[in-house]
Design a protein around this ligand. Structure first.
Ligand code: DQA
Length: 154
């Protein structure tokens, strides 16, 4: 079963309590549970993690090069600032989906710029926790397509 790292950046540990009008009332643990359930349905092994540290996030992306088939990333505020996260993502060979709970394009101008988007295959934003599930659907399809390309027909 392919492993998918679902990586969350700074302040996402506060979900449910942090600006609920923008980010919703689900906690990060609620979202993790929904991702694991989707993983069971889609045949994906989900490793769901959160960190407030840029260096740890970079380390996990590097770890994914060996340990994961695909990445789902909500880098929080590092989305808009981190060349280090972008460089690490560029070293990852598998599919990458960028997720945001809110729609950054409807918010402050500085949120419209995403370093993560420069490395991502696709972006899902503005659908709250559902965005993570849509991202896992997209990843499952990409991995299926890749398998079909590499496996000889039966
Ligand atoms: C966010 C959007 C970012 O602009 C913000 O810094 C976050 C959360 C989102 O999920 O909507 O921390 O990534």
């Amino acid at each position: 079963m392919p492993t998918v790292f679902v990586l969350n950046g700074p302040n996402l540990n506060l979900l449910g309590r942090r600006e609920p009008d923008i980010y919703g009332r689900d906690s990060l643990e609620d979202i993790a549970a929904r991702c694991r359930e989707a993983g069971r349905r889609l045949g994906l092994d989900i490793a769901f993690r959160q960190t407030n540290s840029e260096g740890e996030l970079v380390g996990w992306i590097q770890e994914a090069i060996e340990a994961a088939a695909a990445l789902v990333v909500n880098a929080g505020a590092y989305t808009h600032t981190s060349v280090a996260v972008l460089d690490a993502l560029r070293a990852f060979p598998g599919p990458i989906v960028e997720v945001h709970l809110s729609n950054p394009h409807r918010r402050e101008a500085f949120r419209a710029r995403s370093y993560v988007s420069l490395a991502a295959d696709g972006v899902i934003c503005g659908f709250g926790a559902t965005g993570y599930l849509l991202a896992l659907e997209a990843v499952a399809e990409r991995l299926r397509d890749r398998r079909e390309e590499t496996e000889p027909e039966a």
